[in-house]
Design a protein around this ligand. Structure first.
Ligand code: HEM
Length: 412
């Protein structure tokens, strides 16, 4: 089989439940040119070096310029790319501005201080299981929880979830390399969803500017730091990014986590007895079943020599994080789920200048969620293994995770 068909097989829905044997095949050629000219990078050190290489751009406008393609969805003149799709210096300025109301040094306690409220949210969701003997971990827990959290953090009314959920799903579908309806139609639909979500958030930002609260949108709209302020349009694109990133990824970490724990009952038992295990366990989940499997949207700005292969200027590059996480040259016994693993510098949150902005929050959410599920569900069992998966090969996780159980332990 050529490596071209191999990458296709990986993104094919039939491989969604277990792409890992295919990643192992892909790693035989650390940097492989696909039939369509894309370069897939599948080994740990090569991925890390490229994530830190300024010659590899995240700005899709470079790909378009090189390939002479039609405008991508993000190239909406009304709504420019958000900072995840920008290079320095714009990326760095916007990330610094977004960090001011979120983390150190200006707000070092923002995430930490949310801990009590997040714990109440998870226990409230599990209380809702009362009287049932089966739940869908996705619909009943792993999706609503991060949505509540990101709404609270940003200052977005939770009751608007039905409005922005559809836009968010459409926008992340842009990451699917094989859209059912064809790339041009997908591009149109994604652009429309982005504009509608942007208009919705613009309205909210205007309200927060008039009457600021203790939330990130208010801070971004009113705060003046050393870098000044985001322009109105930068603020909207950042809000779209945070709202989507805040809830389309953590759902998969929690769901993949519960699935993995139910497949490894000894780990579930240990977590129940020792909640501190949640810290290394969540790191191992980010390595073993990463919610972001690959980064498909980078462009080489110059010829780049990696592992003896030259990626030519203008080429599209896919960094297969989930494959790097199972690279035996980096991790001992990589296909083993080991919640006590040390030396676990996984690629689950990426690496380099685009390293996940929300990592501290995602970690806290996953630790609290899995600890609560482990502690409160008596005798939990998988109803379907493997469960049905979402279509998206990039943000990979179960669409539903039905779990049967024999009652609930009391709240602490
Ligand atoms: C388990 C949950 C999460 C995972 C696995 C995850 C994963 C990632 C990865 C792999 C990247 C790097 C993208 C790249 O290099 O192109 C990233 C970037 C990013 N993430 Fe997350 N993420 C998660 C949760 C969150 C949350 C909760 C937020 C918001 C509060 C967030 C906000 C962002 C932002 C804004 C970026 C772009 C950073 C930049 O370009 O400098 N993420 N994330």
């Amino acid at each position: 089989m050529t490596s071209g068909t191999l990458l296709h097989q990986i993104t094919d829905y039939a491989s969604r439940a277990d792409p890992y044997p295919l990643y192992a095949e892909l790693r035989r050629t650390p940097v492989s040119r696909q039939d369509d000219g894309v370069y897939a990078v599948s080994t740990y050190w090569e991925i890390v070096s490229l994530l830190r290489d300024p010659r590899l751009s995240s700005d899709e406008r470079n790909r378009v310029a090189q390939a002479g393609e039609a405008l991508p969805p993000e190239e909406d003149p009304a709504l420019p790319p958000s900072f995840i799709r920008l290079d320095p210096p714009e990326h760095d300025r916007l990330r610094r501005l977004a960090t001011r109301p979120f983390g150190p040094p200006h707000c070092p306690r923002r995430v930490h201080d949310m801990g009590g409220e997040l714990a109440r949210m998870v226990s409230g969701l599990v209380d809702g299981f009362q009287g049932r003997d089966q739940v869908d971990i996705v619909e009943d827990f792993a999706y609503p929880f991060p949505v509540m959290v990101i709404c609270k953090l940003l200052g977005v009314p939770h009751q608007d979830e039905a409005r922005f959920h559809g836009w968010a799903e459409t926008i992340v579908s842009a990451l699917d390399p094989d859209p059912a309806e064809g790339p041009a139609e997908r591009q149109r639909v994604v652009q429309q969803a982005r504009s509608e979500m942007g208009a919705y958030l613009a309205g909210l930002v205007a309200e927060h500017r008039r009457a600021p609260g203790d939330d990130m949108l208010s801070a971004l709209a009113t705060d003046h730091g050393p870098d000044g302020q985001m322009s109105p349009v930068e603020l909207i694109t950042t809000a779209v990014l945070l709202l989507i990133a805040g809830h389309e990824t953590t759902v998969n970490l929690i769901t993949n986590g519960m699935l993995t724990l139910l497949r490894h009952p000894e780990a579930l038992k240990r977590l129940r007895a020792d909640p501190d295990l949640a810290v290394p366990l969540v790191e191992e989940l980010l390595r073993y079943e990463p919610p972001v499997q690959l980064l498909p949207q980078r462009t080489a700005l110059a010829d780049i020599d990696v592992a003896g292969t030259v990626i030519p200027a203008g080429a599209s590059v896919w960094l297969v994080l989930a494959s790097g996480n199972r690279d035996p040259r980096r991790f001992r016994d990589p296909d083993r789920f080991d919640p006590l693993r040390r030396d676990n510098e996984h690629l689950g949150f990426g690496n380099g200048i685009h390293y996940c902005f929300g990592a501290p929050l995602a970690r806290l959410e996953a630790r609290l969620a899995l600890t609560e599920l482990a502690r409160r569900l008596k005798d939990p069992r998988l109803v379907e293994d493997p469960p049905p998966y979402r279509q998206n090969p990039v943000l990979r996780g179960p669409r539903h995770l039905p779990v049967a159980f024999g009652g609930l332990a009391a709240q602490r």
